[in-house]
Design a protein around this ligand. Structure first.
Ligand SMILES: [Zn+2]
Length: 392
């Protein structure tokens, strides 16, 4: 736990983690704000914000309906009017994330945001700092930022990475929480959202470096730790299935709450939950740079079938392949293939790509010859498709 005590001139609010109150200080004209957070906190997450804040209040009701918790915004008085609805919307964010990940970790205190001279957000437990340039901009939609920072209460604050090279356990999780939020609230297709908003589509672009970060400069490659980290979770979900994925997240939380975790801890939980060996999955998506590059071709064959050949052409190998263990230097992943007939009837199949080149046989769409092929129609795989053609 932490106790933070700050003495400030009367009229100023000092905001920090947990529950707080002010009392007259010994010195005339001053007050002392004292804040207590009962839970453990990582040192990099301790914060103090001081200004003549105006307070905006809302209320969150726990998932089981038995308890309420204050939801608070500490904002500059000139920004109070434009942030009332934003603070109110945080109640809905809490409800969605708690339904996905389990109850909010600091239900006995509060969740709040506080305005600061900082661009972006910083997830101090129970008191996220949000930049004044954002909170002062009425036309800016802050939903994904608010959801991201709130998700850190579970992923980053309650379960903190053990070492900085695993910063993706904070940032990839919070980024994927944005996707899950929009999937839940607006029916977004998560892979399509990832493809359009969380990827530059480049082999050696923002998502090129390995998700494991350089420990001496963990935020050097933000595309790898945020966006590609989010992709890793989505692809893990596609490998183990929704039920196991969400159960696995809760088990990972249960095992490491109020403590630290590593990527090996995450892998161990999901291997237990799924009954699968995930060494190659973590090697290829977390440790290996870049992404697979695919070529696909299709041809109609006799017997009402379509043959689809998928070839991996990337110029790099998956790291740490242990062929004695059955690992491959090329990627392994489930892939959705969809072939269409001239009348737009489709056949869809999920195939397991396990080699550099592999041929799969699908039923012809509606019994008619195929005229086109779509690879990964919902964008569930981080990849480049460089060519799709009709073979002979
Ligand atoms: Zn973050």
């Amino acid at each position: 736990m932490t106790t933070v005590a700050v003495t400030v001139p009367e009229g100023y609010v000092a905001a920090s983690a947990g529950l707080g109150a002010s009392a007259p200080a010994a010195e005339p004209g001053k007050v002392t704000w004292t804040w207590r957070l009962p839970q453990p906190i990582s040192t990099y997450l301790v914060s103090i914000a001081v200004a003549r804040f105006q307070t905006i209040s809302a209320e969150y009701r726990s998932l089981d309906g038995t308890r309420t918790m204050p939801v608070v915004g500490y904002v500059l008085p000139e920004h109070a009017a434009i942030n009332r609805s934003r603070v109110a919307s945080m109640v809905g964010h809490l409800e969605v994330l708690a339904s996905l990940f389990g109850e909010y970790p600091y239900l006995d205190t509060k969740y709040g945001i506080v305005e600061g001279s900082f661009s972006g957000g910083m997830e101090h437990p129970t008191i996220t700092l949000i930049g004044a340039s954002l909170l002062g901009n009425a036309s800016r939609d802050l939903t994904s930022l608010f959801v991201h920072e709130l998700a850190h209460m579970w992923w980053g604050d309650e379960v903190t990475m053990r070492t900085w090279d695993d910063i993706w356990l904070n940032e990839g999780f919070a980024t994927y929480a944005e996707v899950l939020y929009f999937e839940r609230t607006s029916g977004a297709v998560p892979g399509r959202l990832l493809t359009t908003r969380y990827d530059d589509g480049l082999y050696a672009g923002q998502l090129g470096p390995p998700v494991v970060a350089p420990a001496e400069d963990p935020f050097r490659y933000t595309g790898a730790i945020y966006e590609k980290g989010g992709w890793v979770l989505h692809m893990l979900r596609k490998v183990v299935g929704d039920e196991t994925f969400f159960a696995g997240l809760r088990e990972y939380r249960r095992r490491h709450e109020r403590g630290n975790a590593t990527r090996a801890d995450l892998r161990a939980v999901f291997e237990e939950q799924s009954g699968r060996d995930l060494k190659q999955f973590f090697d290829q998506w977390v440790e290996t740079p870049y992404r697979p590059v695919l070529r696909a071709s299709w041809r109609n064959v006799s017997g009402g079938k379509v043959e689809v050949t998928v070839r991996q052409t990337q110029g790099h190998a998956v790291v740490h392949p242990d062929t004695a263990e059955g690992d491959a230097p090329t990627y392994r992943f489930p892939l959705v293939l969809r072939v269409f007939s001239a009348t737009s009837v489709a056949t869809t199949a999920v195939v397991d790509v396990t080699r550099a080149e592999e041929t799969f046989t699908l039923a012809s769409p509606g019994g008619a010859p195929a005229v086109s092929l779509v690879v990964d129609p919902d964008g569930d795989l981080l990849k480049i498709v460089e060519a799709i053609g009709q073979g002979s």
